[in-house]
Each structure stands twice: as structure tokens, then as C-alpha cells.
Design a protein around this ligand. Structure first.
Ligand SMILES: C[S@@+](CC[C@H](N)C(=O)[O-])C[C@H]1O[C@@H](n2cnc3c(N)ncnc32)[C@H](O)[C@@H]1O
Length: 399
């Protein structure tokens, strides 16, 4: 039964290559010998020797790539399906085909509507290792690409940001407690025009093949309506946009919380919601840090350093994001703070990540550190700190 479905699946692949309807192939559910290999992503590329199949081996922390001619590629795929990889997702412009190989020789081969309605560009100068398909309808609808799937001249920075974000999010997911989950709920706070919200949905639903629900929340009704219209046209049934303020949004059972460039303390509101909802992964890139700067009274030893406006501004940014990371740690998250993209593409490039941890934490040590920092700089109020404190005191108030 398995062998029969594997042969049928490879025939469908071979036929799609001949008919030039092939979009891409993803092999997953890896059970081979390499403990770090996760999946294999295959697409067509144009090389000096003609068209080749480009194999991108995705490991937990890196990718490696190889090109094969079609005959060799098909032989490799026949060899590894059912031996190393136990699922295959073939995308063609006619249909999607999903192969799942189970235990004891059982398997399933399902056919569905095509996710992609046009062929991808196979030019050799296409960027390497990109996870976002430039031919996606939503990218055209949002004005990032032209009808031919080319990135518009003024949208290269945005395109880089979207790709880097998806690459970062995918790596974080892979190394989080969510890695084996088949069902996910993701909320994007301050989703704006929804570039990252769409790319997130497309990635987890169509590339990873998970059962996902993604919700974008924003105060701008026009953008919310635009997002919902494009989601409908893309047939992204699990993606929706909601009009509202982050702090009023009733966030329940959320696995991943995203907040990219949510203005000023909206980032604090988003992190707080994520912590309260018990999200396993909280990913945010703050912008316009305005709350702390007017409060800071430079300590005597730093007076001559912080007398320069730019230095005070940077100090305020560092303190804001440093305190946010500490508050996440105090709330039971392991944290990472890093630059997720080069400043050439956006100056607001710091990313704060919280990964829920079940390790015991020394809350009083972290609290004492937070209080010392606040006192050193004379900081009276920090939004996330206040929200968390109020939440901690809530049961007492009710009692
Ligand atoms: C700079 S845009 C970023 C959009 C998107 N996250 C991105 O990175 O492409 C910030 C968005 O956050 C929204 N926003 C700011 N404060 C908000 C709040 N308190 N509640 C909901 N949305 C908010 C704004 O309307 C705006 O669309």
C-alpha cells in the first residue's frame, strides 16, 4: 500500500515537471539518522546547464543546498520517501498532493485545490534560501510584487524584512516547546497592513502544512478590512483581521504572540497579553520607545555621558527593552534579544523573544535587579511592569 502510494506520488511529481505545472515539493516527518535534519524543500532553478532541481536541506540551525538534474533528483526522492522522510507535499498549479506514510506500511495520498495558481520564477538570481514565495497572491495584493512575481523597486527592504522575519520565526518555532505541534494559534498585535501576518499564515499553513489560525489585531479599520478582503481572495480561511486596541483584545489560548513595530507602549500591552494567555512564544520588535526617556534622571556618574540627547535616547531604548526582557524572565520565559535584520533595511531591528520555560526561576533575584535599575535611573513607571504588578495584585484586590 505504501509502495503503491509512493510510486503514484513520484509519478505525479514527474508528470508535473514534464507538464511544467510543478511549483515546489516539501518532504517532512524526517525519521532518518541525522538528528539535526528537519525537512527537505525542493524547487526548480535555472542554471547554466539548464533547469535543475534545487534541494534545500533544512537543519535545525542551518540550511545546505544541492542541485540535481531531474532524473537523479527523482531517483533520490524514490529512495528517501518511506525510508527517511514520511510525508511529502507536492504543490502544482493544478493541484496540491499530500502523501503521509504511517507505520505498518499504511499510507494516504490526498489531492486538494492548488495553493499556488501561477508558476514561480526560476531565475538563477533568485535569492537563496527564501522561505516566502514571491509569486504568492497576497504579496501582489499588498503591493510588494508585480503581477510577474518580481519585487517592486521600492519594496526591497520590506521584502527582506518579511523573509528575515519568517526565517527567524521558523527557527524559533523549531527550537521551542511548540515544535511538534500540528495545530497552532498565532496572534499578531498591531498587524498594520498585514505583510508579516500573511507571510506567517502562509508559512505555517502552506509550507509547514499545520492546522493554523492567525489573527491580526489593529486599530486601523481600513487596514483590517483590506486584510480580510485579501485573506478571502487568497482562500486563507484560517487568517482574519480584527479591529481593536491591543489592551482590549480578549486573548485566549494563544501559542505564538507577535508584535512587530507596535508603537511605543503598545509593545508592552502585547507582551502582557501574551504572558497572560500563556503563549509559548512571544516575539516582538519594539519601536518608538517614548515612555522612559522623560523620566530618566541620569545618575551622577553618567551625567556627562547622558547629557547628549542621542546618548540618552539610546540609553532609554536599551533600558526599555532590557527591562522588558527581565520582566519576561520574571514571568517564566527564557529570553533572547538580538538584531533580526541589518539596520540598512530598518533602524528598528531589535527583537525581543520570550520562550516559555518550565525551569524554576529565582523571581526575587530578578525583581531585585529590576528595582535596582529603576531606582538607579529614577524610573517611576514602566508600562509592562505596571500591567504585570496590577495583574499579580488582582486576586488580593478581589479578596
Ligand atoms: C508601524 S506599524 C507595524 C505594522 C506591522 N506589525 C509591520 O511590522 O509591518 C504599527 C501598527 O500598530 C498599530 N497599533 C499601534 N498601537 C496599537 C494598539 N494599541 N492597538 C492596536 N494596534 C495598534 C498601528 O495602527 C499600526 O498599524
Amino acid at each position: 500500500m505504501s509502495a503503491e502510494n509512493i510510486s503514484k506520488f513520484v509519478e505525479l511529481l514527474s508528470e508535473s515537471l514534464q507538464k511544467q505545472t510543478f511549483v515546489k515539493l516539501t518532504l517532512g516527518n524526517y525519521r532518518g539518522k541525522d538528528p539535526h535534519l528537519q525537512k527537505l524543500l525542493i524547487r526548480l532553478v535555472k542554471t547554466k546547464k539548464g533547469s535543475r532541481l534545487f534541494f534545500l536541506y533544512r537543519f535545525d540551525t542551518r540550511d545546505t543546498a544541492k542541485n540535481f538534474d531531474q532524473e537523479k533528483a527523482l531517483n533520490i526522492i524514490i529512495d528517501i520517501l518511506g525510508k527517511d522522510f514520511f510525508s511529502g507535499h507536492l504543490f502544482t498549479v493544478e493541484n496540491d498532493h499530500q502523501l503521509d506514510i504511517g507505520k505498518k506500511g499504511r499510507s494516504r495520498l490526498n489531492k486538494g485545490k492548488p495553493t499556488f495558481k501561477s508558476l514561480p520564477s526560476i531565475d538563477h538570481d533568485r535569492e537563496k534560501n527564501i522561505l516566502v514565495d514571491p509569486n504568492s497572491f497576497y504579496l501582489k495584493a499588498l503591493g510588494i510584487t508585480t503581477d510577474r512575481g518580481e519585487i517592486r523597486a521600492k519594496q526591497h527592504d520590506k521584502w527582506k524584512q518579511i523573509n528575515k522575519f519568517i526565517e527567524t520565526l521558523d527557527n524559533l518555532f523549531e527550537n521551542s516547546p511548540l515544535a511538534d505541534r500540528r495545530k497552532l494559534r498565532i496572534v499578531d498585535m498591531g498587524s498594520g497592513k498585514g505583510y508579516l501576518t500573511f507571510a506567517t499564515y502562509d508559512h505555517f499553513k502552506n509550507s509547514r502544512g499545520l492546522d493554523v489560525e492567525v489573527i491580526g489585531v489593529d486599530t486601523k479599520d481600513q487596514l483590517v478590512r483590506l486584510g480580510n478582503d485579501i485573506a478571502r481572495s487568497s482562500e486563507f480561511t484560517g487568517l482574519s483581521f480584527v479591529n481593536g486596541f491591543i489592551d482590549n483584545f480578549d486573548l485566549k489560548n494563544t501559542d505564538i504572540l507577535i508584535a512587530l513595530h507596535a508603537c511605543n507602549t503598545a509593545t508592552d500591552d502585547a507582551i502582557f497579553k501574551g504572558i497572560k494567555a500563556g503563549a509559548d512564544l512571544i516575539v516582538c520588535a519594539p519601536c518608538c520607545h517614548q515612555q522612559l526617556r522623560p523620566q530618566i534622571k541620569p545618575p551622577a556618574m553618567l551625567k556627562d555621558v547622558l547629557k547628549h540627547g542621542i546618548m540618552l535616547e539610546r540609553e532609554a531604548e536599551t533600558l526599555t527593552d532590557g527591562l522588558r526582557a527581565l520582566l519576561l524572565e520574571e514571568s517564566g520565559y527564557k529570553t533572547k534579544v538580538f538584531e533580526f535584520i541589518s539596520t540598512e533595511h530598518t533602524p528598528k531591528n531589535n527583537m525581543i523573544v520570550g520562550i516559555k520555560s518550565d525551569k524554576t526561576i529565582d523571581e526575587s533575584r530578578i525583581r531585585s535587579q529590576i528595582e535596582k535599575i529603576k531606582s538607579f535611573y529614577s524610573i517611576q513607571e514602566q508600562r509592562l511592569d505596571e500591567l504585570l504588578s496590577a495583574n499579580r495584585n488582582l486576586p488580593e484586590l478581589i479578596a
